[in-house]
Design a protein around this ligand. Structure first.
Ligand code: ADP
Length: 363
């Protein structure tokens, strides 16, 4: 049968394990030999025992585990051609030319570059005698399918990324804990959530927690926001509200593009209103814990679809990302997803780039 490999790369997210499990089991079900590549691109470049065959049992009991059991890493070597050359050799040594990459924007951009270079890499390896002529011919193309694991829901082309729903659950739990204490002491809480380029988590957190205000990168506040915010808080207190919640994405900015920080907001409220104001930065708590039911099922659906897409791929077909669109798993061209954002960034149209990250394509 054919060989395929799965790896997780970049920041981890709850729901990566359900996706890994689905890839392994669907692959085996369809008669493939399935490999784990441990530690992301690092394992691909290093090879050796970081590339190991997966069995039906090796993914038992991982559906409810957060993070990723096969490890994730950032890898500088893969950013350079010599690193990718070694990665290609390691894959061909295992007769692998079908890979499922579970990662964010960066990981999928890397995968796309790798695929484009593949033919040249194989030629070079063959000329240097590092792989046989026979293998060079047999594995002269690379199929890749991407799954987006990211708690930020920051990928252009899908309604939801794997991990975003679980992160929202973590945040809701934390806010529920804080509101009881905040209300007892009439406090104001500034809750900082993840999202460097994408305000999805901040926005849905605000909606789900009855927050007074939300700051997010896509929607910088009007220049007089400081007056407006203080006025709003004052009115709520006068109406008998005992606690205030202000949600801020880590990437929040003002109209000039300058960062708005939790500290700045706290100082503003303390100075002007003299409210007892506290900052809670949730940080990595948001990535932790078990995947939500939604993410277990999303990972499972995307993982199975990824294997089907690989099996149907031909040497000339374009690489795809498995996306959720209108609650259907669909295949969208990887180029369309990463290029649209890259183009907007190149034009320094950061607001458009941010909006694209939160957008899915119409079916
Ligand atoms: P994420 O996938 O979560 O966006 P990163 O941007 O850190 O995380 O990317 C993860 C890894 O993917 C990097 O450490 C690197 O090995 C690889 N990678 C990212 N961008 C590129 C690129 N442009 N070319 C080659 N490899 C890349």
């Amino acid at each position: 049968g054919r060989c395929l490999a799965v790896f997780t790369s970049g920041g981890d997210a709850q729901g990566m394990n359900p996706a890994v499990r689905a890839v392994v089991r669907m692959g085996i079900y369809l008669g493939c030999k399935v490999y784990f590549i441990h530690e992301g691109y690092q394992g691909m470049v290093a090879g050796g025992n970081l590339i190991r065959q997966a069995t039906w049992a090796s993914v038992s009991g991982i559906l409810d585990d957060g993070g990723t059991i096969i490890g994730s890493a950032r890898c500088l070597e893969f950013r350079e051609r010599p690193g990718r050359l070694r990665a290609a050799k390691n894959l061909i040594d295992h007769e692998i030319n079908n890979i499922v990459c579970i990662g964010g924007d960066g990981s999928l951009t890397g995968a796309n570059l790798f695929r484009k270079e593949w033919e040249g890499l194989v030629k070079e390896l063959s000329e240097k005698g590092e792989i046989t002529k026979e293998n060079a011919e047999k594995f002269n193309y690379l199929n890749i399918v991407g799954l987006v694991g990211s708690i930020d829901n920051d990928f252009c082309g899908t309604d939801m990324t794997i991990g975003a729903d679980s992160a929202l659950h973590r945040i809701m739990e934390a806010i529920d804990c804080i509101t009881t204490t905040a209300s007892s002491h009439q406090r104001c809480f500034v809750m900082e959530v993840m999202g460097r380029h994408c305000g999805y988590l901040a926005l849905v957190t605000a909606l789900g927690s009855d927050a007074d205000w939300v700051f997010m990168p896509e929607s910088p506040p009007e220049p007089d926001w400081e007056d407006k915010l203080c006025e709003k808080l004052k009115i709520t207190r006068e109406n008998g509200q005992r606690l205030n919640i202000i949600v801020i994405a880590e990437g929040a900015i003002d109209k000039e593009g300058n960062p708005i920080t939790s500290e700045y907001i706290k100082d503003l409220i303390t100075k002007r209103l003299h409210y007892d104001t506290r900052i809670t930065i949730l940080g990595h708590v948001q990535r932790g814990g078990t995947p939500s039911g939604f993410d277990r099922i999303l990972g499972t659906r995307m993982g199975t679809e990824a294997v089907l897409a690989l099996m149907e791929a031909t040497p000339t077909s374009q690489p795809v990302v498995i996306a959720l669109s209108g609650n259907q798993t669909v295949r969208v061209p990887l180029m369309l997803c990463t290029l649209a954002v890259a183009q907007a960034m190149k034009e320094k149209n950061f607001i458009l780039a941010q909006e694209l990250r939160g957008r899915s394509f119409k079916r």
